[in-house]
Design a protein around this ligand. Structure first.
Ligand SMILES: C[S@@+](CC[C@H](N)C(=O)[O-])C[C@H]1O[C@@H](n2cnc3c(N)ncnc32)[C@H](O)[C@@H]1O
Length: 396
Protein backbone atom coordinates (compact mmCIF):
# COMPACT_ATOMS: atom_id res chain seq x y z
CA UNK A 1 0.00 0.00 0.00
CA UNK A 2 1.19 3.53 -0.73
CA UNK A 3 2.07 5.24 2.55
CA UNK A 4 -0.13 8.23 3.40
CA UNK A 5 2.75 10.69 3.16
CA UNK A 6 3.37 9.67 -0.43
CA UNK A 7 -0.27 10.05 -1.34
CA UNK A 8 -0.20 13.67 -0.30
CA UNK A 9 2.90 14.38 -2.32
CA UNK A 10 1.07 16.24 -5.03
CA UNK A 11 -0.74 18.48 -2.60
CA UNK A 12 -1.06 22.08 -3.68
CA UNK A 13 -0.77 25.09 -1.44
CA UNK A 14 -3.80 27.32 -1.24
CA UNK A 15 -3.51 30.69 -3.00
CA UNK A 16 -4.17 32.40 0.33
CA UNK A 17 -1.18 30.64 1.88
CA UNK A 18 0.91 31.61 -1.15
CA UNK A 19 0.45 35.26 -0.25
CA UNK A 20 3.31 34.65 2.17
CA UNK A 21 6.79 33.53 1.17
CA UNK A 22 8.09 30.11 2.09
CA UNK A 23 10.70 29.90 4.84
CA UNK A 24 14.30 30.74 4.10
CA UNK A 25 16.68 27.80 3.69
CA UNK A 26 18.29 28.13 7.15
CA UNK A 27 14.87 28.34 8.87
CA UNK A 28 13.72 25.29 6.92
CA UNK A 29 16.80 23.29 7.93
CA UNK A 30 16.02 24.13 11.58
CA UNK A 31 12.37 23.10 11.16
CA UNK A 32 13.41 19.80 9.61
CA UNK A 33 15.81 19.10 12.45
CA UNK A 34 13.05 19.85 14.96
CA UNK A 35 10.60 17.50 13.24
CA UNK A 36 13.29 14.84 13.07
CA UNK A 37 13.91 15.09 16.80
CA UNK A 38 10.43 15.76 18.16
CA UNK A 39 8.08 14.53 15.45
CA UNK A 40 5.32 16.65 13.93
CA UNK A 41 3.57 18.53 16.71
CA UNK A 42 1.18 20.75 14.81
CA UNK A 43 -1.42 19.57 12.28
CA UNK A 44 -1.30 20.82 8.71
CA UNK A 45 -4.51 22.67 7.96
CA UNK A 46 -6.37 22.13 4.72
CA UNK A 47 -8.90 24.41 3.08
CA UNK A 48 -10.58 23.54 -0.23
CA UNK A 49 -8.32 20.45 -0.34
CA UNK A 50 -5.19 22.58 -0.41
CA UNK A 51 -2.69 23.49 2.27
CA UNK A 52 -3.78 26.63 4.09
CA UNK A 53 -1.26 26.50 6.91
CA UNK A 54 1.82 24.27 7.15
CA UNK A 55 3.42 24.37 3.67
CA UNK A 56 6.89 24.24 5.17
CA UNK A 57 5.99 21.48 7.63
CA UNK A 58 4.47 19.48 4.79
CA UNK A 59 7.57 19.88 2.65
CA UNK A 60 9.78 18.90 5.60
CA UNK A 61 7.66 15.77 6.21
CA UNK A 62 8.03 14.78 2.57
CA UNK A 63 11.78 15.30 2.68
CA UNK A 64 12.09 13.28 5.90
CA UNK A 65 9.56 10.57 5.01
CA UNK A 66 7.51 11.46 8.12
CA UNK A 67 3.73 11.04 7.94
CA UNK A 68 2.11 14.46 8.34
CA UNK A 69 -1.14 14.98 10.23
CA UNK A 70 -3.94 16.99 8.67
CA UNK A 71 -7.08 18.74 9.81
CA UNK A 72 -9.73 20.63 7.89
CA UNK A 73 -9.99 24.37 8.43
CA UNK A 74 -13.50 25.36 9.44
CA UNK A 75 -14.76 28.70 8.23
CA UNK A 76 -15.40 30.72 5.10
CA UNK A 77 -13.00 32.40 2.70
CA UNK A 78 -12.65 35.55 4.77
CA UNK A 79 -11.99 33.48 7.93
CA UNK A 80 -9.36 31.52 6.03
CA UNK A 81 -7.67 34.72 4.92
CA UNK A 82 -7.68 36.20 8.43
CA UNK A 83 -6.27 32.95 9.77
CA UNK A 84 -3.40 32.90 7.25
CA UNK A 85 -2.52 36.49 8.04
CA UNK A 86 -2.59 36.06 11.80
CA UNK A 87 -0.53 32.85 11.63
CA UNK A 88 2.10 34.18 9.26
CA UNK A 89 2.41 37.76 10.34
CA UNK A 90 3.00 37.02 14.00
CA UNK A 91 4.86 33.74 13.72
CA UNK A 92 7.27 34.62 10.94
CA UNK A 93 10.24 36.96 10.98
CA UNK A 94 9.53 38.69 7.67
CA UNK A 95 11.73 41.60 6.69
CA UNK A 96 10.27 44.87 5.42
CA UNK A 97 10.65 43.92 1.75
CA UNK A 98 8.89 40.60 2.29
CA UNK A 99 6.08 42.31 4.19
CA UNK A 100 5.81 44.82 1.35
CA UNK A 101 5.44 41.99 -1.12
CA UNK A 102 2.62 40.45 0.88
CA UNK A 103 0.94 43.86 1.23
CA UNK A 104 1.23 44.39 -2.52
CA UNK A 105 -0.40 41.04 -3.24
CA UNK A 106 -3.05 41.82 -0.69
CA UNK A 107 -4.08 45.29 -1.82
CA UNK A 108 -6.66 45.41 -4.57
CA UNK A 109 -4.85 47.54 -7.08
CA UNK A 110 -3.47 46.50 -10.47
CA UNK A 111 -0.67 44.05 -9.92
CA UNK A 112 1.15 44.25 -13.23
CA UNK A 113 0.23 40.75 -14.30
CA UNK A 114 1.95 39.00 -11.42
CA UNK A 115 0.67 35.45 -10.85
CA UNK A 116 -0.89 36.18 -7.49
CA UNK A 117 -3.28 38.59 -9.15
CA UNK A 118 -5.30 35.51 -10.02
CA UNK A 119 -5.87 34.54 -6.39
CA UNK A 120 -9.34 34.85 -4.96
CA UNK A 121 -8.67 37.71 -2.57
CA UNK A 122 -11.53 39.72 -1.13
CA UNK A 123 -12.17 42.99 -2.89
CA UNK A 124 -11.92 46.25 -1.08
CA UNK A 125 -8.52 46.37 0.61
CA UNK A 126 -6.88 49.65 -0.19
CA UNK A 127 -3.16 50.19 -0.55
CA UNK A 128 -3.18 52.32 2.60
CA UNK A 129 -5.00 49.67 4.61
CA UNK A 130 -2.62 46.96 3.42
CA UNK A 131 0.34 49.17 4.26
CA UNK A 132 -0.91 49.60 7.85
CA UNK A 133 -1.79 45.93 8.25
CA UNK A 134 1.66 44.77 7.23
CA UNK A 135 3.53 47.69 8.76
CA UNK A 136 5.23 48.77 5.58
CA UNK A 137 5.24 52.07 3.73
CA UNK A 138 3.04 52.75 0.69
CA UNK A 139 6.25 53.82 -1.10
CA UNK A 140 7.77 50.34 -0.63
CA UNK A 141 4.64 48.73 -2.07
CA UNK A 142 4.70 51.10 -5.06
CA UNK A 143 8.37 50.22 -5.66
CA UNK A 144 7.58 46.54 -5.52
CA UNK A 145 4.94 47.02 -8.17
CA UNK A 146 7.42 48.79 -10.41
CA UNK A 147 9.92 45.95 -9.90
CA UNK A 148 7.19 43.42 -10.73
CA UNK A 149 6.72 45.13 -14.07
CA UNK A 150 10.33 45.82 -14.96
CA UNK A 151 12.41 43.13 -13.25
CA UNK A 152 9.82 40.43 -12.42
CA UNK A 153 12.41 37.71 -11.94
CA UNK A 154 13.72 39.59 -8.90
CA UNK A 155 10.44 39.14 -7.07
CA UNK A 156 11.28 35.55 -6.21
CA UNK A 157 14.55 36.64 -4.59
CA UNK A 158 12.81 39.39 -2.62
CA UNK A 159 10.25 36.85 -1.53
CA UNK A 160 12.99 34.50 -0.30
CA UNK A 161 14.52 37.37 1.68
CA UNK A 162 17.75 37.32 -0.35
CA UNK A 163 17.65 40.94 -1.51
CA UNK A 164 15.85 44.04 -0.41
CA UNK A 165 13.39 46.13 -2.41
CA UNK A 166 15.66 49.15 -1.85
CA UNK A 167 18.64 47.46 -3.46
CA UNK A 168 16.81 46.23 -6.54
CA UNK A 169 14.96 49.52 -6.95
CA UNK A 170 18.26 51.44 -6.69
CA UNK A 171 19.84 49.21 -9.33
CA UNK A 172 16.82 49.63 -11.55
CA UNK A 173 16.92 53.42 -11.35
CA UNK A 174 20.68 53.56 -11.98
CA UNK A 175 20.25 51.27 -14.96
CA UNK A 176 17.44 53.39 -16.34
CA UNK A 177 19.49 56.54 -15.97
CA UNK A 178 22.53 55.04 -17.68
CA UNK A 179 21.04 52.89 -20.42
CA UNK A 180 18.87 53.92 -23.33
CA UNK A 181 15.52 52.15 -23.56
CA UNK A 182 16.36 50.03 -26.65
CA UNK A 183 19.54 48.73 -25.07
CA UNK A 184 17.94 47.80 -21.76
CA UNK A 185 15.51 45.44 -23.36
CA UNK A 186 16.95 44.44 -26.68
CA UNK A 187 20.74 44.27 -26.40
CA UNK A 188 21.64 40.63 -25.74
CA UNK A 189 25.24 41.55 -24.98
CA UNK A 190 24.74 43.88 -22.09
CA UNK A 191 23.26 41.86 -19.27
CA UNK A 192 23.20 43.06 -15.73
CA UNK A 193 24.09 40.77 -12.88
CA UNK A 194 21.60 38.33 -11.44
CA UNK A 195 18.81 38.89 -13.87
CA UNK A 196 17.78 35.25 -13.74
CA UNK A 197 16.52 33.02 -10.95
CA UNK A 198 19.86 31.39 -10.29
CA UNK A 199 18.90 27.95 -11.59
CA UNK A 200 19.61 28.34 -15.28
CA UNK A 201 22.74 29.41 -17.12
CA UNK A 202 20.69 30.83 -19.93
CA UNK A 203 20.36 34.62 -19.76
CA UNK A 204 16.61 35.30 -19.63
CA UNK A 205 17.19 38.31 -21.91
CA UNK A 206 17.84 35.92 -24.80
CA UNK A 207 14.43 34.36 -24.30
CA UNK A 208 12.82 37.79 -23.84
CA UNK A 209 14.26 38.94 -27.15
CA UNK A 210 13.13 35.80 -28.92
CA UNK A 211 9.61 35.97 -27.57
CA UNK A 212 9.40 39.70 -28.22
CA UNK A 213 10.31 39.38 -31.89
CA UNK A 214 8.68 36.09 -32.83
CA UNK A 215 5.58 35.70 -30.67
CA UNK A 216 2.58 37.67 -29.51
CA UNK A 217 0.61 37.59 -26.26
CA UNK A 218 -1.23 34.27 -25.78
CA UNK A 219 0.86 32.48 -28.41
CA UNK A 220 1.95 29.01 -27.37
CA UNK A 221 5.65 28.26 -26.79
CA UNK A 222 6.99 24.71 -26.35
CA UNK A 223 10.31 23.77 -24.74
CA UNK A 224 11.01 20.01 -24.66
CA UNK A 225 14.41 20.43 -22.91
CA UNK A 226 13.12 22.64 -20.12
CA UNK A 227 15.93 22.14 -17.55
CA UNK A 228 15.24 24.70 -14.84
CA UNK A 229 11.98 25.86 -16.46
CA UNK A 230 13.27 29.33 -17.30
CA UNK A 231 11.40 29.36 -20.63
CA UNK A 232 8.13 28.85 -18.81
CA UNK A 233 8.83 31.63 -16.30
CA UNK A 234 9.83 34.18 -18.95
CA UNK A 235 6.91 33.19 -21.21
CA UNK A 236 4.45 33.67 -18.34
CA UNK A 237 5.91 37.07 -17.52
CA UNK A 238 5.39 38.12 -21.10
CA UNK A 239 1.82 36.83 -21.28
CA UNK A 240 2.63 33.86 -23.54
CA UNK A 241 1.32 30.34 -22.99
CA UNK A 242 4.01 27.75 -22.47
CA UNK A 243 4.32 23.98 -22.29
CA UNK A 244 7.60 22.57 -20.99
CA UNK A 245 8.92 19.02 -20.70
CA UNK A 246 12.19 17.33 -19.81
CA UNK A 247 13.40 13.77 -19.31
CA UNK A 248 14.29 14.82 -15.78
CA UNK A 249 11.83 17.54 -14.65
CA UNK A 250 13.04 19.85 -11.90
CA UNK A 251 9.79 21.77 -11.38
CA UNK A 252 6.18 20.66 -10.93
CA UNK A 253 5.01 22.44 -14.08
CA UNK A 254 7.53 20.57 -16.27
CA UNK A 255 6.09 17.42 -17.83
CA UNK A 256 8.28 14.32 -17.67
CA UNK A 257 8.90 13.33 -21.27
CA UNK A 258 11.75 11.77 -23.23
CA UNK A 259 11.78 13.36 -26.69
CA UNK A 260 12.98 10.04 -28.14
CA UNK A 261 9.37 8.85 -27.64
CA UNK A 262 8.24 11.29 -30.33
CA UNK A 263 5.41 13.75 -29.78
CA UNK A 264 2.39 11.72 -30.90
CA UNK A 265 1.60 10.49 -27.40
CA UNK A 266 2.75 13.62 -25.59
CA UNK A 267 0.80 13.82 -22.29
CA UNK A 268 -0.60 17.33 -22.84
CA UNK A 269 -3.22 17.46 -25.59
CA UNK A 270 -2.90 21.24 -25.81
CA UNK A 271 0.41 20.75 -27.61
CA UNK A 272 -0.74 21.90 -31.04
CA UNK A 273 -0.64 25.11 -33.05
CA UNK A 274 2.63 26.03 -31.36
CA UNK A 275 4.05 29.40 -32.39
CA UNK A 276 7.58 28.82 -31.16
CA UNK A 277 9.52 25.69 -30.30
CA UNK A 278 12.57 26.52 -28.24
CA UNK A 279 15.31 23.89 -28.34
CA UNK A 280 18.15 24.04 -25.83
CA UNK A 281 19.18 20.36 -25.87
CA UNK A 282 22.36 18.98 -24.30
CA UNK A 283 25.36 20.09 -26.31
CA UNK A 284 26.13 16.44 -26.93
CA UNK A 285 28.30 15.26 -23.99
CA UNK A 286 29.53 18.68 -22.79
CA UNK A 287 27.48 18.32 -19.59
CA UNK A 288 26.37 14.91 -18.40
CA UNK A 289 22.66 15.12 -17.55
CA UNK A 290 22.64 11.40 -16.69
CA UNK A 291 20.12 8.67 -17.54
CA UNK A 292 19.00 7.95 -21.07
CA UNK A 293 19.30 11.55 -22.21
CA UNK A 294 21.11 12.88 -25.23
CA UNK A 295 24.32 13.57 -23.35
CA UNK A 296 25.00 9.83 -23.06
CA UNK A 297 25.22 8.96 -26.75
CA UNK A 298 27.80 8.78 -29.52
CA UNK A 299 28.02 11.89 -31.68
CA UNK A 300 26.38 10.17 -34.66
CA UNK A 301 23.52 8.97 -32.44
CA UNK A 302 23.15 12.51 -31.09
CA UNK A 303 22.65 13.87 -34.63
CA UNK A 304 20.26 11.00 -35.48
CA UNK A 305 18.14 11.74 -32.43
CA UNK A 306 18.20 15.44 -33.24
CA UNK A 307 16.98 14.79 -36.79
CA UNK A 308 14.24 12.45 -35.56
CA UNK A 309 12.97 15.15 -33.20
CA UNK A 310 13.14 17.92 -35.82
CA UNK A 311 11.27 15.81 -38.38
CA UNK A 312 8.46 15.32 -35.81
CA UNK A 313 7.92 19.00 -35.05
CA UNK A 314 5.88 19.79 -38.14
CA UNK A 315 2.68 18.31 -36.67
CA UNK A 316 2.60 20.63 -33.69
CA UNK A 317 3.98 23.83 -35.25
CA UNK A 318 1.53 26.32 -36.73
CA UNK A 319 2.08 27.89 -40.16
CA UNK A 320 4.76 30.55 -39.94
CA UNK A 321 5.72 29.14 -36.55
CA UNK A 322 9.40 29.22 -35.62
CA UNK A 323 11.95 26.80 -34.23
CA UNK A 324 14.80 28.36 -32.32
CA UNK A 325 17.85 26.35 -31.44
CA UNK A 326 20.61 27.21 -29.01
CA UNK A 327 23.80 25.26 -29.59
CA UNK A 328 27.49 25.63 -28.89
CA UNK A 329 30.66 24.39 -30.57
CA UNK A 330 33.11 22.34 -28.52
CA UNK A 331 36.72 21.26 -28.59
CA UNK A 332 37.89 17.87 -27.33
CA UNK A 333 41.61 17.16 -27.37
CA UNK A 334 42.21 19.73 -30.07
CA UNK A 335 39.34 18.45 -32.27
CA UNK A 336 36.70 21.03 -33.04
CA UNK A 337 33.02 19.95 -33.16
CA UNK A 338 30.77 22.57 -34.69
CA UNK A 339 27.50 21.26 -33.26
CA UNK A 340 25.50 24.35 -34.21
CA UNK A 341 26.59 24.13 -37.82
CA UNK A 342 25.78 20.40 -38.06
CA UNK A 343 22.36 20.90 -36.45
CA UNK A 344 21.74 23.86 -38.77
CA UNK A 345 22.28 21.53 -41.76
CA UNK A 346 19.79 19.06 -40.32
CA UNK A 347 17.02 21.57 -39.60
CA UNK A 348 17.52 23.22 -42.98
CA UNK A 349 16.26 20.03 -44.65
CA UNK A 350 12.85 20.75 -43.14
CA UNK A 351 12.59 24.47 -42.45
CA UNK A 352 13.65 27.80 -43.84
CA UNK A 353 16.45 29.72 -42.11
CA UNK A 354 15.30 32.99 -40.60
CA UNK A 355 18.32 34.21 -38.65
CA UNK A 356 21.55 33.01 -37.04
CA UNK A 357 23.21 35.09 -34.34
CA UNK A 358 25.78 34.61 -31.60
CA UNK A 359 24.60 35.07 -28.04
CA UNK A 360 26.49 35.00 -24.74
CA UNK A 361 26.84 31.66 -23.03
CA UNK A 362 25.83 32.89 -19.62
CA UNK A 363 24.49 35.95 -17.96
CA UNK A 364 27.10 38.41 -16.84
CA UNK A 365 29.81 36.83 -18.95
CA UNK A 366 30.82 39.97 -20.70
CA UNK A 367 33.36 39.74 -23.47
CA UNK A 368 36.12 41.60 -21.65
CA UNK A 369 36.07 39.11 -18.76
CA UNK A 370 36.29 36.15 -21.08
CA UNK A 371 38.87 37.41 -23.56
CA UNK A 372 41.93 36.27 -21.62
CA UNK A 373 40.37 32.95 -20.74
CA UNK A 374 39.53 32.28 -24.38
CA UNK A 375 43.07 33.07 -25.44
CA UNK A 376 44.43 30.66 -22.82
CA UNK A 377 42.20 27.98 -24.32
CA UNK A 378 43.42 28.76 -27.84
CA UNK A 379 39.99 29.88 -28.96
CA UNK A 380 38.52 33.12 -30.21
CA UNK A 381 35.67 33.65 -27.77
CA UNK A 382 34.16 30.24 -28.47
CA UNK A 383 33.90 29.52 -24.78
CA UNK A 384 31.84 32.67 -24.30
CA UNK A 385 29.35 32.41 -27.13
CA UNK A 386 26.74 30.11 -28.47
CA UNK A 387 24.65 30.07 -31.61
CA UNK A 388 21.03 31.04 -31.66
CA UNK A 389 19.55 29.77 -34.92
CA UNK A 390 15.98 30.50 -35.91
CA UNK A 391 13.98 28.68 -38.57
CA UNK A 392 10.52 29.28 -39.92
CA UNK A 393 7.82 26.91 -41.08
CA UNK A 394 6.60 28.29 -44.36
CA UNK A 395 3.13 27.30 -45.49
CA UNK A 396 3.42 24.89 -48.37
C1 LIG B 1 21.00 22.47 -21.88
S1 LIG B 1 19.87 21.79 -20.72
C2 LIG B 1 18.48 22.86 -20.87
C3 LIG B 1 18.63 24.06 -19.99
C4 LIG B 1 17.42 24.95 -19.97
N1 LIG B 1 17.25 25.67 -21.20
C5 LIG B 1 17.48 25.92 -18.80
O1 LIG B 1 17.44 27.12 -19.01
O2 LIG B 1 17.59 25.47 -17.66
C6 LIG B 1 19.33 20.32 -21.55
C7 LIG B 1 18.19 19.56 -20.89
O3 LIG B 1 17.83 18.48 -21.76
C8 LIG B 1 17.34 17.41 -20.96
N2 LIG B 1 17.38 16.17 -21.77
C9 LIG B 1 18.43 15.43 -22.15
N3 LIG B 1 18.06 14.40 -22.92
C10 LIG B 1 16.70 14.48 -23.03
C11 LIG B 1 15.71 13.71 -23.69
N4 LIG B 1 16.02 12.60 -24.39
N5 LIG B 1 14.40 14.11 -23.61
C12 LIG B 1 14.06 15.22 -22.89
N6 LIG B 1 14.95 15.99 -22.23
C13 LIG B 1 16.27 15.63 -22.30
C14 LIG B 1 18.28 17.41 -19.75
O4 LIG B 1 17.65 16.80 -18.64
C15 LIG B 1 18.52 18.92 -19.54
O5 LIG B 1 17.64 19.44 -18.57
Amino acid sequence: MVPAWMEVKKMESHNLANLFPMMQEHEFVRLKQDIKENGILEDIELYENKILDGRNRHKACLDLGVTPRFKEFEGNHQDALNYVISKNLHRRQLNESQRGLVASRFANLPRGGYEYAKSELPIGTSLEKASKMFNVSVRTIARIREIEKKRPLEIERISRGEVSVGRIYGELKREEAETPEWQRFLDVWNFKENTGDGLSNLPPEILKNLFYYYTKENDLIFDPFAGSGLTYKVAKEMGRKCITSDINPREDFIIKWNVDEGLKNFPDEKLKNVKMIFLDPPYWNMVNYGGDGWSNTSLSEFYEKFERLVSNLDNILCDNGVISLIMMPMKIKGNYFDLGFECYKIIQKYYQIEQRISVPLMRNWSIDKRLNKSKEMGEILTSSLRDLIIFKKIKR
